[in-house]
Design a binder for this molecule. Structure first.
Ligand SMILES: Cc1ncc(COP(=O)(O)O)c(C=O)c1O
Length: 374
């Protein structure tokens, strides 16, 4: 059985340069970066270097980078941190119906504390309408959180416009860039955001590390109270090893030219499938404003999980789950209004640096031979 990995939106392998940057901290440099003696020096320097590398990717300052345990913690810190810091002046939060659970669930938690939350709808491509955002804002709106690009279908949101609307109304703007960092530009000033989350393992760094960009002057209540690490914004001794890895990954991610090759492979894959299957398949997500590595395709009247079972050795994801014998579409496909007979056959193929043309051709060939698709 040949193994082909097409699930880079779920996680990426650690880049060899990232592993090399981390290795000295496994072997030699064990010191606590907060200590005042020689044993801290290497760790302290690594943290500051990593902050600079991450800041260079995001177009921000090193002191605006807060290390977290990943994308989920960064999102939780943005939402709960803003709510607890600002609830004197308001409590209303606006987000969308297509966010990752790492946004939806903290919102549900805040709803249990009586925070009113608005979940904006999306169109059939998975895009938010900035006019809907404008209409949803109230004098009590403190925070707007809209993901940069969707993890399932790859649709990119009009963040610049939404962030401008937030600014006009004095609300903070957060974007979850876990999927977009390293695939498209994520310059915080270009986007106009106050808060932005990234997740290491989506951009060839390890799991268990992420960053929340916090614009200077934005106050957040920490989630983790303790000693004054991360300028009082997140307690806990920082891992110089994980920071060094994420820093190196961000340095590599600044060069977006390699993604052009991935985009070509992704588009050729789609065109090949269109030739073979015609109107028996449908594209989920925006045809143009979409992550360059993501192809979410529906095999109409088929079941995604069964197709994947037939594609032995291919790692990819489905957009539906089977609950009590019933196929249930993902909340993202539901919010896009995808019909059940289309959505149940959705498969997300997500490509990455390691993907080859040969692999794409092999998957296309295997799909064309599957009996259930004839
Ligand atoms: C859009 C998005 N946000 C947040 C996360 C969570 O990141 P982490 O796994 O680092 O907690 C993910 C991971 O699947 C994601 O795709």
């Amino acid at each position: 059985m040949r193994r082909i990995y097409l699930d880079y939106n779920a996680s990426t392998p650690i880049d060899p340069a990232v592993a090399a940057a981390m290795k000295p901290f496994l072997a030699d440099h064990f010191g606590n970066p907060s200590s005042g003696h020689w044993a801290a020096d290497a760790a302290k320097a690594a943290l500051e270097r990593a902050r600079g590398q991450i800041a260079a990717l995001l177009g921000c300052e090193g002191d605006e980078v807060v290390f977290t345990s990943g994308g989920s913690e960064a999102n939780n810190l943005a939402l709960k941190g803003a709510y607890f810091a600002r609830r004197e002046s308001g409590d209303h939060i606006i987000t969308t119906r297509i966010e990752h659970p790492a946004i939806i669930e903290p919102c549900r938690f805040l709803e249990r504390l009586a925070a009113p939350i608005t979940y904006l709808p999306v169109d059939k491509f998975g895009r938010v309408d900035p006019d809907d955002l404008n209409r949803a804002i109230t004098p009590r709106t403190i925070l707007i959180s809209i993901m940069h690009a969707n993890n399932e279908v790859g649709t990119i949101q009009p963040i610049e416009e939404c962030a401008r609307i937030a600014r006009e109304h004095g609300a903070l703007f957060h974007t979850d860039a876990a999927q977009s960092a390293g695939k498209i530009a994520t310059d915080v000033n270009g986007l106009g955001v106050d808060l932005l989350s990234i997740a290491g393992h989506k951009l060839y760094a390890p799991k268990g590390v992420g960053v929340l960009f916090v614009r200077r002057g934005v106050m957040l209540e920490p989630l983790i109270h303790g000693a004054g690490h991360e300028s009082g914004r997140r307690a806990g001794t920082e891992s110089a090893m994980l920071a060094a890895g994420l820093g190196q990954a961000c340095e590599l991610a600044r060069d977006l030219t390699s993604i052009d090759r991935v985009r070509v492979l992704r588009d050729d894959f789609w065109h090949g499938l269109q030739e073979g299957f015609g109107n028996r398949i449908a594209l989920n997500g925006h045809p143009a404003d979409r992550l360059p590595n993501t192809l979410n395709v529906s095999f109409i009247n088929c079941v995604g999980a069964e197709i994947l079972k037939g594609l032995e050795g291919v790692a990819a994801s489905t957009g539906s789950a089977c609950h009590a014998g019933r196929i249930e579409l993902s909340p993202v496909l539901q919010a896009m209004g995808v019909a059940p007979e289309t959505g149940m056959g959705a498969i997300r193929f997500s490509l990455g640096r390691g993907t080859t043309r040969e692999e794409i051709d092999a998957v296309a060939e295997n799909l064309s031979r599957l009996p259930q698709l004839h």
